[in-house]
Design a protein around this ligand. Structure first.
Ligand code: CP3
Length: 318
């Protein structure tokens, strides 16, 4: 849940006349929302406005937002029949609107900022599909993983195939890098992270053009970072709970790190943001390959003056 725009009045203005899903599915609107933060702030990259759940939807399991917050899938994935009906073939055509949005943004950026495509990891997408939406304890996803590995693997294979086709389409449409969000990687038992999530991510990265930049962000997985570094990902995104300086010493130098300021700081004051940004930059002084970013998505309560202070601190840091 990057939830980019919600702190920006220009996003809320668009949202007043179009729903989130309309904006996602309309290339003009998706491109516009993608570009909004770049008009305000001196950012180095844009991430395409979309959602990870467009993949389950393209396979045949749609979604909407619950009134009370969170995601509701149209149904919960339970039977073999439902599983077999999920169809990864031709996902690139069903999601052509994402490619069209990327092409528009790419042209508007004129090569001055990088453009990120993205998708969810098979495991993270699978949790929404198996739970029927947002979940607290992920009991059903884990039950399927532990009690019916065959069913679980079949679902992961379908998602992996769909994601490979989807990412290749995004690359053709102009994405300079792909970010994979394993937002729920951290809820898996450490010893099972490989079988539940990482092996599918590795398979996806292997299927992309050799050396194409992939940013792997797996929230809440500090003990998996070294294994993640050997998936072929060029960059590891890191959440705010780990000390980035420590991670830099653990992870091989050919893998860059992205992160990891606590997003909640954007709801405080510019003074605090400046101070904490400089502290993080100082921690990484001399370390190669640091992409400054928040450690997770920005919140709707974020203050614009705090984002300004962050960008100012990063771009003037020596
Ligand atoms: O920054 C961006 O806007 C980039 C686009 C983006 C969105 N979602 C737009 C969005 C990206 C990269 C995502 C990823 C995403 N979506 C993830 C993984 C990323 C992460 O941060 O871990 C997940 C788990 C989702 C699924 C999702 N979409 C959730 C759980 C929610 C919140 C639902 C709620 O409770 O309101 C969303 C909504 C969503 N996705 C919004 C945006 C801008 C907010 C829509 C709105 O209310 O305007």
């Amino acid at each position: 849940m990057r939830q980019a725009g919600r702190y920006l009045p220009e996003y809320r203005a668009l949202k007043a006349t179009s729903s989130f899903l309309e904006m996602v599915r309309t290339p003009e609107l998706a491109a516009e929302v993608t570009l909004q933060p770049l008009r305000r702030f001196a950012l180095d990259a844009a991430i395409i406005f979309s959602d990870i759940l467009v993949i389950p939807e393209a396979l045949g399991q749609g979604y909407k937002f619950r009134e009370a917050g969170g995601i509701a899938m149209d149904y919960r994935l339970e039977s073999r029949n439902q599983l077999e009906r999920l169809d990864p073939a031709g996902v690139q055509y069903r999601l052509a609107y994402v490619g069209q949005a990327l092409e528009r943004v790419k042209a508007a950026l004129k090569g001055e900022q990088a453009l990120l495509g993205f998708g969810g990891s098979p495991w993270t997408l699978g949790t929404y599909m198996l739970e029927g939406g947002s979940a607290d304890e992920f009991e059903r996803s884990k039950a399927v993983f532990y009690s019916d590995r065959d069913f679980f693997n079949r679902l992961m294979e379908k998602l992996t195939a769909a994601l490979i086709e989807y990412f290749l389409m995004q690359i053709r449409a102009g994405a300079d890098a792909i970010q994979i969000f394993d937002s729920w990687g951290g809820i898996v038992a450490g010893q099972d992270y490989e079988a539940a999530s990482l092996r599918w991510i590795r398979e996806i990265i292997r299927a992309l053009p050799q050396g194409f930049p992939v940013i792997l962000y797996a929230k809440g997985t500090p003990s998996q970072l070294t294994d993640q570094a050997f998936t072929g990902a060029s960059v590891l995104g890191v959440d705010w709970t780990v000390d980035l300086g420590v991670v830099r010493r653990l992870v091989p130098g050919n893998v860059a790190l992205q992160g990891n300021l606590d997003p909640v700081l954007m709801n405080t004051t510019p003074e605090i943001v400046r101070h904490e940004t400089n502290r993080l930059l100082e921690t990484m002084r001399g370390a190669r390959g640091h992409i400054f970013n928040l450690g997770h998505g920005i919140m709707p309560q974020a203050k614009i003056e705090c984002v300004e202070a962050l960008v100012q601190a990063v771009t003037t840091w020596r």
